[in-house]
Design a protein around this ligand. Structure first.
Ligand code: SF4
Length: 309
């Protein structure tokens, strides 16, 4: 085989467009203290997100429910793997307190994979959504869920009925790379999950994302976009994969900002309502501003369709 797998590729030096400042602001320190006080994990810290300085300075944090330990071991992800602790019954209320104290107009809530739980953790997502609706009714809610292996149908039904504003589930990479990058997951199962969200409630915005730079080919990325559109996904995010530690999959390529723009143009032409594509784009990066754009884009499309009819 000529092609190097991401795990075997040599380490590549980070280009200038990836460098970010070390976090030192007061907002950063206050966000950190709040999360510790409420015993909440964040994907910002656990996934070693490069945007943490910028986001936490603005008091935007993405809460990671169901603990900080994942039952899977994806080759790209920095979250620790092992046997997770029991589910914290206070977590839903604590998430609502965090949303209130941070003054969040839009919150993103994600979780680790909990293949050990009978419902994969779906009922905790429901409780978090209900606690947020009770305590901070003006906050719009975006959830970023795992694939709920073999339990997706029931999980999606219960979560969608709880009424989040945005349902996000990331495909992460192209199907060819799943065996090395996302070995515990199935590309088409993830796609079907997103499709079923829209089938259950067409008013929910659906969102998905891929990391670039893992060894994918351009045409494979275009195919993923087509697959997402066939599942009626509204919002696509694309960002550069960064190797969190030497144990993780190596970066096969640093995709240039120009190439990210080119991907964005193609994605828009394929009909996504919204596309975020840049080296530092992450699922929850600028999620509040993007949610406002998403709503405007849907309203504009509906108005256009009405004129045509
Ligand atoms: S981009 Fe998302 S995960 Fe990263 S620091 Fe910002 S809110 Fe956290």
């Amino acid at each position: 085989m000529n092609e190097m797998t991401p795990l075997a590729a040599p380490r590549v030096r980070k280009p200038d467009w990836i460098r970010v400042k070390a976090p030192t602001s007061v907002g950063f320190a206050e966000t950190k203290q709040l999360m510790r006080r409420l015993n909440l994990a964040t994907v910002c810290e656990e996934a070693a997100c490069p945007n943490i300085g910028e986001c936490w300075t603005k008091k935007h944090a993405t809460v990671m429910i169901l603990g900080d330990t994942c039952t899977r071991a994806c080759a790209f992800c920095n979250v620790k793997t092992g046997m997770p602790r029991a589910v914290d019954p206070l977590e839903p209320e604590h998430v609502a307190v965090a949303a209130a104290e941070l003054g969040l107009e839009h919150i993103v809530v994600t979780s680790v994979d909990r293949d050990d739980l009978p419902d994969g953790g779906a009922s905790q997502f429901v409780k978090v959504i209900q606690a947020l609706r009770r305590n901070t009714p003006k906050t719009t809610i975006e959830i970023l869920t795992p694939d709920f292996r073999n339990k997706a149908q029931a999980a999606v039904e219960s979560i969608v009925e709880a009424g989040p504003d945005v349902y996000n589930h990331n495909l992460e990479t192209v199907p060819r790379l799943y065996p090395t990058i996302r070995p515990g997951a199935r590309y088409y199962a993830s796609l079907r999950l997103l499709e079923s969200v829209k089938r259950h409630d067409p008013s929910i915005f659906t969102k998905s994302g891929v990391m670039l730079g893992l060894g994918e080919e351009r045409l494979e990325v275009h195919q993923v976009m087509d697959d997402m559109r066939s599942a009626d996904i509204d919002f696509l995010t694309m960002g550069q994969y960064l190797q969190p530690t030497p144990r993780h999959a190596k970066v096969a390529e640093f995709v240039t900002p120009k190439a990210f723009d080119a991907y964005a143009g193609i994605a828009r032409a394929k009909g996504f309502l919204l596309v975020a594509s840049s080296p530092l784009t992450r699922s929850s990066y600028h999620a509040g501003d993007d949610f406002a754009r998403l709503r405007n884009a849907r309203a504009a499309k509906l108005a256009k369709d009405a004129v045509r009819a």
